[in-house]
Design a protein around this ligand. Structure first.
Ligand code: GAL
Length: 493
């Protein structure tokens, strides 16, 4: 072959190879595109679940505006099943808890406008010791779809008999769901649980819609801060993924597929979380593009807590159809940038949001300190802002424009553990010049506040990447690998 002939053959392939993303994301259609929103039984009810609870929850979610706000999934977690499979190898739902059966349950939910989700485990038992799905994936996937479920949460307990890799173990569910899709045309959303025990942030996108990136959440600020600290290091890896479509023009071929990284389910309404903490928890989860699965008792949810979960402007950013990247930290605030600190995670985060066809910058600030502090940053620190431009600043919790920013932005006295979320939009050229802040304002902070003292245990991460997997969480030990977590007394319902 002549040199020209060789080039003619090889060059297009080389171009395609260059444009092709390094890994192909799993694509199961629209159901996996945006972070799912809804309800999951575990955080509040654990094993104490039944048909009546699901009916009541669905009705309350509809009556209180949650369905309209986008909370569409109602997901059963562990303990919905009998302790043994049937003689022919099928999972059997607990007849005492669900006397009408699961098909009727999902039909009831669909009748109200919801979708239904279910739980299994990719080991020999679930975490609460019910039959697991290892080696039964196809049977279980077929049954789940037949029963009307559209979301599968697949847990990680009791997997020791499996001698292969974790990726191959969880991929068995990908394969089962793909086959069931071929048989029925139905795709299920696929979410698996990682417990930070393995490197799912590397391969999760290839096999699932979401993987949970940390241990079980607790209704305590320390748990929320710990998870947020982890989230600050994986924003680059876990949300948008490229897949090639060789039949298209190369530039259109760089389609993007989202892999939301669940920061675990929401604890709003549970424990002793203050309203400020609930606001921060919800804002951070939504803007990190995590699934938003509420895990509380709707019959006891206060109006103030409900209002937080129903903030339409925050939800719109979570559900942005154009921008899939999460907000990422651009300034740690209390700590030097990129510090790994489960108690004092990154405070200043930014990203884009497209609203009414226009791109805006979202800024989130979380006061992780134990006392009220001022918010103060130079705009040029954020890769999503231009230090030379003037911005209108819209407060996503007050739902109004609260001023303009040029050069820096300052807001005083943010309550302990409270949050600020703003949309920064370039001010129209005719807009009046930004008001100069009073001279008593502190100067724009480009360095940590003078009161900063590095925590004694601080060790810088080796690189800006995922945290060391061995780092223990600050609240109790994670469920031991293969052992079910202890449950304590389930709340009475
Ligand atoms: C845990 C999991 C929880 C819940 C529980 C059920 O491992 O992290 O979210 O699903 O199992 O037993």
């Amino acid at each position: 072959m002549s040199t020209f002939g060789l080039l003619k053959t090889v060059l297009p392939l080389a171009v395609v190879a260059l444009l092709a993303p390094s890994a192909v994301a799993w694509n199961n259609g629209d159901i996996g595109k945006l972070p799912p929103m809804g309800f999951n039984t575990w955080n509040r009810f654990q094993c104490n679940i039944n048909e009546q609870l699901i009916h009541d929850t669905a009705q309350q979610m509809k009556d209180k505006g949650f369905l309209d706000a986008g909370y569409k999934f109602i997901n059963l977690d562990d303990c919905w099943l009998e302790k043994n499979r049937s003689a022919d190898g099928h999972l059997v739902s607990d007849a005492k808890k669900f006397p009408s059966g699961l098909k009727n349950l999902t039909q009831y939910l669909k009748g109200l406008g919801f979708k239904a989700g279910i739980y299994e485990d990719q080991g020999t038992l679930t975490c609460a010791n019910y039959p697991g799905s290892l080696d039964h994936e196809l049977t279980d996937a077929r049954d789940f779809v037949d029963w009307g479920f559209e979301y599968a949460k697949i847990d990680n307990c009791w997997h020791e008999p499996w001698k292969g890799t974790d990726q191959d173990r969880f991929k068995r569910w990908t394969d089962a769901l793909t086959q069931v899709h071929q048989e029925t045309g139905v795709w299920m959303y696929y979410s698996f649980v990682e417990w930070q025990s393995f490197d799912a942030y590397v391969w999760g996108k290839d096999i699932a819609n979401t993987y949970r990136m940390y241990d079980d959440i607790q209704p305590e600020w320390s748990s929320i801060a710990t998870i947020l600290n982890n989230a600050s290091f994986i924003g680059d890896r876990t949300n948008f993924w490229a897949r090639s479509d060789l039949g298209m023009h190369p530039f259109n071929a760089l389609k993007i597929v989202r892999l939301p990284s669940p920061l675990d389910m929401l604890e709003n309404g549970n424990g002793q979380l203050t309203l400020a903490e609930q606001r921060s928890h919800f804002t951070a989860w939504a803007l990190a593009k995590s699934p938003l699965l509420i895990g509380t008792d709707f019959s006891k949810l206060s109006a103030e807590s409900a209002e937080i979960l129903l903030n339409k402007e925050i939800i719109a950013i979570n559900q942005d159809n154009v921008i899939g990247e999460p907000l990422k930290p651009f300034f740690w605030g209390k700590n030097p940038d990129k510090t790994w600190d489960p108690k004092y995670p990154a405070q200043y985060w930014s990203g884009y949001h497209v609203k009414d066809g226009k791109q805006h910058t979202v800024i989130m600030y979380i006061n992780v300190n134990e006392q009220p502090v001022h918010l103060n940053f130079t705009l040029s620190r954020s890769p999503h802002l231009n230090g030379d431009k003037t911005y209108d600043v819209y407060d996503l919790w007050k739902h109004e424009i609260v001023g303009q920013a040029k050069g820096f932005y300052f807001a005083d006295n943010i309550d302990t553990h409270d949050v600020r979320a703003y949309l920064f939009s370039e001010a129209a050229p005719s807009a009046p010049p930004s008001s100069t802040p009073p001279t008593s304002y502190p100067p724009p902070s480009s360095t940590p506040p003078p009161s900063y003292t590095p925590p004694p245990s601080y060790t810088p991460p080796s690189s800006y990447g995922p945290p060391p997997l061995s780092t223990p969480p600050s609240y109790g030990a994670p469920p031991s690998y293969g052992q079910p977590p202890s449950y304590g007394a389930p709340p009475s319902y």
